[in-house]
Design a protein around this ligand. Structure first.
Ligand code: ADP
Ligand code: MG
Length: 700
């Protein structure tokens, strides 16, 4: 049960003074977006933090008000000059003065009755707004605030400015936030006093109040003590939840799976190459986890092209050697089929049975696959998310591998582990996620890293060319394919519509086909699976020399002798995505190149991205730059601002706090949720919506 002290924060916002059904709807749209269920709560409003301030502290007097500056002036009202009858284009003016001079308050379509009440002739008022000088005379158009001397205290001299939505004014939102703050109780402290002292942090409610009533711009800086405190609270809640999930999974005792090495030796013998040092090390780390009776939760991180697939296969082989089954899940069908094609001959060499399960296997065929899985006939299953479905049962699933994890949600990771009582889990990420994001989304997982590329790879030459020179590019491509090379040609994502990228790819396909004939192929997400296969196959075996594609090939596709990557409208792609795409070439020992075609004029960010792409192939560096350039939200493909799932914490600035929260969470779990501290930590978990974790707490 939620601690009762939190009830005010979980009350609907309509319980606040001045919020009726209409405003409740508008605020909910702002605070929760359109698709989420239910109306916003008071807590949502409280975690809606200002992004800037308007500073009204400057009170220079009329004559000294700088052009264009926001000022607050104490004035006396001299006379009203309404718009001439029937001519609304001339504004309503109110002339005022102070000791230093005179000015006009200007109102377009001003209502006389309202203005006469607000600004009675002969009386003193405080007005605040922007001053503009015309022909040597100061004006203030539509003051932001007009208050009497008695009301002066109600005017925020430092006014927080919030993200808004249509139909909502800053004033109304500020009032709502203030009403919410009034209901905020002092909560039991869950942070250690020593930390608070050392950091100069105040209580949760004081910190929240400080940000909503800032004294200056520093107070709403994410690095301010108040903001840091709240970010730390949020991060700690997240880390505690992940730690609880993790300890629960680990507690569900794993099995010691002892590998014989027979099958892996057969695989290694069949490979045309040697493993890299970090591949060997990663395999060793995974094997040690499999052999231990604890459940494995490991992340295998390796840049695109670093050779994760073979590591996965060796892990699965070890699992099969111990007598259990293994499964590997890919995010797209193309990728699943590609894994199938790569793994099948190697499995044969090691005498293992392999099956594939995607949306395409239907009816009898599917039943047969289910049966083979259930009776243990199948050693290794390759699949898409179809594998998570309820009909799928394994005789003994020892190892579940999720490839290219960022396409899958965290709950799918849990769903996979639920397919076996003691299934070890390996998550593979191709996008080199910065460490901070790994921690946030996977928690304290064990990490293996592929730090080097397989030997013999050459640098990919990356060039940027304006789309205006498309003709020249096509000439070069023609020469390249005449020389026997293979080319990917990626067409752009278009923001608003799902149809358009397909159209763009189809158009480009037709245009190139007219020039270059049958050597041009096409693959995109809307094609039937069999057509996709056929196109990929034709590209692999060389019947097709140019493959025009949408980003369906972004993830994982492996055609080692494709050496040229053309990315059209490169300015529309994110940095991480460009890096993923470029990683499709440069997989063999031949010199590869990447052409970024861009449309002029280039925006600042797009230009920065292209520059980075030309300068480095280091995926980790690129990921960090990407994080810096546009925030983590988009790296993970969610188009929210800020860090997805977080209201306060900003990973690009709070990375250090995240590490601290991880350590603290570990300590709390070691010591248990006892006494007052334990109670207050429960409050923290509920406060940040980590109720699921609280359930685990009780179970354990
Ligand atoms: P990713 O990490 O992007 O999934 P893959 O597993 O698809 O990378 O491997 C990329 C390419 O590198 C494949 O063609 C694979 O056969 C090859 N490869 C993997 N390991 C090695 C190695 N140690 N030496 C040479 N080539 C390798
Ligand atoms: Mg891969």
């Amino acid at each position: 049960m939620r601690p009762t002290i939190l009830n005010p924060l979980f009350a609907p916002i309509s319980s606040l003074d001045g919020i009726g059904p209409k405003l409740e709807k508008t605020l909910t749209r702002l605070l929760k977006g359109n698709d989420e269920q239910g109306m916003a709560r008071v807590g949502d409003l409280l975690f809606h933090l200002p992004h800037s301030i308007v500073d009204r502290r400057n009170q220079p007097g009329i004559a000294h008000a700088p052009e264009g500056a926001i000022v607050t002036l104490k004035i006396r009202v001299d006379r009203h000059q309404p718009s001439p009858r029937g001519n609304n284009r001339v504004p309503y003016r109110v002339f005022v003065h102070d000791d230093s001079g005179e000015m006009a308050l200007v109102f377009f379509r001003g209502h006389a009755s309202w203005l006469e009440k607000q600004l009675p002739v002969g009386e003193a008022r405080f007005v605040s707004g922007r001053v503009e000088w015309f022909n040597g005379r100061p004006n203030m158009v539509h003051p932001d605030h007009i208050v009497s001397e008695a009301e002066f205290d109600t005017m925020p001299l430092v006014e927080p400015v919030y993200p808004l939505t249509s139909g909502l004014s800053g004033k109304v939102l500020l009032k709502a936030v203030r009403a919410a703050l009034a209901t905020l109780p002092e909560l039991p402290e869950w942070q250690n006093q020593a930390v608070l002292d050392k950091r100069g942090w105040q209580s949760f409610s004081k910190s929240l109040n400080r940000i909503h009533a800032p004294r200056d711009a520093l107070d709403i800086d994410p690095m301010s003590p108040a903001w840091q405190r709240l970010a730390y609270d949020e991060l700690l809640a997240g880390q505690l939840a992940l730690a609880l999930v993790r300890s629960q999974m680990k507690k569900a005792a794993g099995k010691a799976r002892i590998a014989t090495g027979i099958k892996s030796q057969a695989i290694l013998a069949a490979l045309p190459f040697q493993l890299t040092r970090s591949q060997k090390q990663s395999v060793d780390e995974i094997l040690a986890d499999l052999a231990s009776p604890e459940r494995m939760l490991r992340l295998l991180q390796g840049d695109v092209g670093s050779g994760k697939t073979i590591v996965a296969l060796l892990a699965m082989a070890a699992c099969v050697e111990s007598g259990a089954q293994a499964a590997i899940m890919a995010p797209t069908e193309i990728l699943a089929r590609q894994h199938m094609a790569t793994l099948t001959p190697l499995c044969k060499a090691a005498d293992m049975t392999i099956d594939i399960l995607t949306g395409r296997e239907k009816g009898k065929e599917r039943e047969a696959i289910y049966a083979r899985l259930a009776n243990g006939e199948t050693d290794i299953l390759v699949g898409t998310h179809a594998v998570f479905q309820s009909g799928v049962e394994f005789a003994d699933l020892g190892l579940g591998i999720i490839d290219e994890q960022h396409r899958f949600g965290v709950h799918q990771r849990l769903a996979l582990s639920a397919k076996g009582d003691d299934t070890d889990i390996l998550v593979m990420t191709a996008t080199p996620i910065p460490r901070t994001l790994v921690l946030t989304f996977f928690g304290d997982m064990d990490v293996s890293k592929l730090t080097e590329k397989p030997a013999g790879r050459q640098k990919i030459q990356t060039n940027a060319i304006s789309l205006e020179r498309l003709g020249h590019v096509v000439d070069r491509i023609r020469a390249a394919i005449d020389a026997g090379k293979k080319v990917y040609w990626i067409c752009p994502l278009v923001e608003e519509s799902e149809e358009l990228p397909v159209t763009a790819a189809e158009d480009r396909f037709k245009a190139l086909q007219q020039i270059l004939g049958d050597q041009v192929g096409l693959v995109h997400g809307r094609m039937k699976a069999a057509e996709k296969d056929a196109a990929m196959q034709a590209f692999k075996n060389g019947k097709i020399r140019i493959l025009v594609a949408t980003t369906v090939i972004e993830v994982g596709v492996d055609v080692p002798d494709a050496t040229i990557m053309v990315i059209e409208h490169a300015e529309r792609f994110g940095l991480a995505q460009l890096h993923q795409l470029r990683g499709r070439v440069g997989r063999g020992s031949e010199q590869s190149s990447c052409l970024l075609l861009y449309k002029t004029p280039l925006g600042e960010v797009a230009e920065a991205r292209i520059k980075i792409m030309r300068e480095t192939e280091d995926g980790f560096l690129i990921a960090e730059e990407d994080l810096r350039l546009r925030g983590e939200g988009e790296i993970l493909g969610t188009r929210q601002s800020g860090t997805p799932g977080f209201s306060v914490a900003r990973l690009e600035v709070h990375g250090e706090l995240l590490e601290m929260a991880r350590d603290e969470a570990r300590m709390v779990l070691d010591q248990g949720f006892n006494g007052e501290k334990g109670e207050s930590l429960r409050v923290l978990l509920y406060l940040f919506g980590q109720d699921e974790a609280v359930k685990l707490l009780r179970a354990g």
